[in-house]
Every structure is written in C-alpha cells, then in structure tokens.
Ligand binder design. Structure first.
Ligand SMILES: NC(=O)c1ccc[n+]([C@@H]2O[C@H](COP(=O)([O-])OP(=O)(O)OC[C@H]3O[C@@H](n4cnc5c(N)ncnc54)[C@H](O)[C@@H]3O)[C@@H](O)[C@H]2O)c1
Length: 265
C-alpha cells in the first residue's frame, strides 16, 4: 500500500527524520522501510550495529535512506548519548518506540528478574527515548510519537503476565504523553497488534515447541478470528499513516491491528 500511496503523493514523509527503535528486524524494519520509501531519513536504533547496518543496506537497495546506530534502549545513559548526538545534528520529527521483548509466564511462574527485564526493555525504553526527544520536538514546534503496544495490554493474554503488564504501561504512557503535549503540537498514538509473523514468533516457537513448530504456528494463526497472523508490512502501513500529516487530527488513541481479536472472538 505504501508504494501506491507514495505514487499518489499521500502519506509522504519527505524532509522528515525518524527514529525507529528495534528497527533492524520484524515490525520495526517494516516501519523503517516504509518510512524511508515515503521519503524520510530513518535512523535505525538497535542492539547491534551489524544488524542495524544490514537493515540500512536492505533499505538502500530498495531505494530508501537510512542510518544505523547501536544502542540498548533499556539503558538511559546509552539513549542519552546516542539520541543526544543525533539531536545536535538534526531535527527528529518522528519517534517510533518499537523495540520490545517477550515475557512468558503467569504471575506465579514469573521471577522478579524476568519481570524487571521485561519492564526495563518494554517500558523504561519508551520513557528513555521519549524523554530524550521531546524537548527538541517542543523547541522545533512539534513532532509525532508512535508506541508499539499489543492487544495483550487490553486483553491480558494467557501466560503473558509480565508482557501484558509492560504493554499496559506503554498504553498509559501514550495517553499521558498525548495529553501533556497537545498544546505543543506533538501527537502520540499507539498500535496494538495481535500476533504478527516475525522472528519474535519464530524464535518463541523454536525455543518452546521444538519439532512442533508447524502445528503451533497453525494454532497461533487461528487465534486471530481472521485465521492468520498479521504481516509486519500491515503494521507499517498503519504506522506510516499515523506518522504522516494525513493523521493530523489523531492523537491519544490506541489502534488494534488484530484480525478481529479484540471484537470478534
Ligand atoms: N510479533 C508480534 O506478534 C507482536 C505483536 C504485538 C506487539 N508486538 C510488539 O512489536 C514490537 C516489535 O516486535 P517484533 O515482532 O518485530 O520483534 P523482533 O524480535 O522481530 O524485533 C525486535 C527488534 O528489537 C530489537 N531490540 C530488542 N531489545 C532491544 C533493546 N533493548 N534495545 C534496542 N533494540 C532492541 C531487537 O534486536 C530486534 O531487532 C515489540 O515491541 C513487540 O512487543 C509484536
């Protein structure tokens, strides 16, 4: 959809710079690609410089412009250093807080260490990256922030206690940021996908269901009433819309992208 839209001149991001955390793989990579092909300069922030550089190369081959940065977004000092460096050189118009990890277990099978790890990566990172960018967005007269939540925030997925907790916090931060910066022309929204087919899912199946991956893949697909998982590009299409000027009237909203998961089960 984004390439057709680009031809029509809608949803363009020419002259904009965007940061996409966790942009080397999966949903983040699809978002970084869609933004770059819509004309943005994209900064891919990920754990490893090699992975980020590989993503940058794939985007360049497709005709887009991107740069890669190594940064663990769970660590405030790293975010302050990498983002601080970037912000002294250019204006950042769009921040996509996408980096995230899984957390398996119920309240009685989740260790305090697992809880903290998921909290650090999925929750603190949104705080670190947003607080690093927001001052410069205010100074520049506006910006757009998009947070990757999950249907687990509102539906409490089975055996996903810490993960659901973390995505609930992502939603609350979305509403809070949107309200506090309405007058500063900063829009903040969230996308809540159901299961999307990425390395996140494949890694989970390989680790937890060795030899039964195909069977479990079918089971996870059937959890969406529409009968399949989402594709990263489908999340990217919505992200592109929400971060474009076409979505100028939208802020403080969570968008389920879920094949009917929330309303049709
Ligand atoms: N795949 C799904 O089914 C699904 C569903 C709902 C929500 N989400 C959310 O979407 C986001 C992306 O998921 P995905 O499926 O593309 O995952 P993925 O594992 O395919 O990619 C995540 C990327 O984030 C990076 N990352 C992880 N921790 C990081 C850190 N501390 N600092 C910097 N980078 C880090 C990883 O290196 C990786 O490149 C996550 O927030 C996830 O919770 C995914």
């Amino acid at each position: 959809m984004h390439s057709d839209s680009a031809k029509l001149g809608k949803f363009r991001l020419d002259g904009r710079s965007a940061i996409v955390t966790g942009g080397a793989n999966g949903i983040g990579f699809a978002i970084a690609s869609a933004f770059a092909l819509a004309g943005a300069t994209v900064h891919i922030v990920d754990l490893s410089l090699d992975a980020a550089s590989d993503a940058v190369q794939r985007i360049a081959q497709a005709g887009g412009s991107a740069k890669g940065h190594a940064c663990n977004v769970a660590v405030k000092e790293e975010v302050d250093r990498v983002f601080g460096d970037l912000l002294t050189r250019e204006r950042i118009h769009i921040l996509v807080n996408n980096a995230g990890i899984a957390g398996i277990g119920r309240v009685d099978t989740t260790t305090a260490e697992d809880f903290d790890r998921v909290f650090q990566v999925n929750v603190k990172s949104v705080f670190h990256c947003t607080s690093a960018c927001i001052g410069s967005m205010v100074k520049a007269g506006g910006g757009v922030i998009l947070n990757m939540a999950s249907i687990s925030a509102s539906s409490g997925l089975e055996d996903r206690f810490s993960y659901s907790m973390s995505k609930g916090a992502v939603l609350s931060m979305t509403y809070s940021i949107a309200r506090d910066f309405l007058k500063q022309n900063i829009r903040c929204n969230a996308i809540s996908p159901a299961r999307v087919h990425t390395g996140f899912v494949d890694g989970y199946l390989a680790k937890n269901y060795p030899g039964k991956e195909a069977e479990m893949f079918e089971k996870l697909s059937a959890a969406q009433p529409i009968g399949r998982m989402g594709e990263p590009e489908e999340v990217a299409n919505l992200a592109l819309f929400l971060c474009s000027d076409e979505a100028g009237f939208l802020t403080g909203v969570d968008y389920p992208l879920d094949g009917g998961f929330v309303n049709l089960r």
